[in-house]
Design a protein around this ligand. Sequence first.
Ligand code: SAH
Length: 405
Amino acid sequence: MRVHLTATAAAAVRRGHPWVYRDGIASAGGHPGHRGARAPRPAAAAAAASGEVVDLLAEGAPFLGRGLWDEGSPIAVRVFQRAQAPLDERAIAGRLERAFALRDGWFAGRDTTAYRLCNGEGDRVPSLVIDRYDRAAVVRLDGGALAPWLDRLLPHLARALGARGVRSIGLRAQGDAEGKKLAHLHGPPLPERLFVREMGVAMEVDLARGQKTGAFLDQRDNRARVRALAAGRRRVLNLFSYAGGFSVAAALGGAGRVTSVDSASAAHASAQRTFRENGVDPAAHEFVTADVFDFLEKARARGDRYDLVISDPPSFAPSERAKPRALGAYRRLHTAVARVLEPGGVLCAASCSSHITAEDFLATLDDATLERDDLRVRAIHGQPEDHPTLPAWWEGRYLKFVVLE
Ligand code: SAH
């Protein structure tokens, strides 16, 4: 099918933005390569099947690029290329091989067995995310554009990943009756739970029921930063601790006592197994099942103070519309955190919402919000190299990790 874009959508594609929203389509119809075979239809009537290759044309019909149609998503086309070259499984397999080869170099000799093998748009394979967890890989498809391609891509994936020691491939799916969110695609059955290694640290990952594809791989470098920051700190507080990635990093870094707070008790059980696997006695640390806001209120009332606080909440702003409310929630959180931070302490505040820019986020950490003026922004970090983005794809740069001291 050939799709004519509005001027705005065409400009975005020229910049390299990988998405065409439905309202960016001026008209559609006709098969690529059969110029004029069918009269163009208005956008509303555009009806291709998900996964179909579409040619994108600017007003006046110059060729802009080629992508895959998605019937069901607000993103109507995922743009794969600007060139008029074939868009087939060989082309996609070639890009995957490039993404995997980059990781071979990035992670060689780093004692790390869990990382993102393909970050979708950021690796020029829109909508396809592949995470490696040692001998297993988990595929996640955003939207429906690549779903019809999966069977054809699987042999390529199995070969390329098998050569790198990955034996099993699974697909992140909707939770089944038992809450399992993993479907088998290839190889021996995937373990429900396993230990991976991250820069020499063991980490339990729940492939069947965990968040994301099992773990928050995007915080790897920030966990290493926390490990370094924790040296010599008496009391560390990790808020929204999930499976305890930052907690174990702080404990291994030399923190006296680490308090992990999460509303999910299953997350603490996982964190404690990770502590033990790393030779750290969880009994020397504290795991609190509570709402973070309640916990902070009570900690302040008790007079508890911490030398290092990590705050990494779930996304408060899943959409642009939710942004004002999210900023308010970050402010309330940061005000409460600052009240339990010891003078001379370090605060690590994270946000994983792409709708909140770094400047937006820093405004929720200003002096008025923190009710103190002794802190400076020591560093602003983001996501690691295995979560690459594109210059024009701002939506892909979602992670902020601000270190105040
Ligand atoms: N920091 C983690 C990821 C956090 S994910 C890591 O690096 O791995 C968000 C976590 O916050 C989830 O485990 C969820 O159970 C928890 N959570 C969400 N809202 C909460 C609240 N109001 N109080 C306590 N925990 C909460």
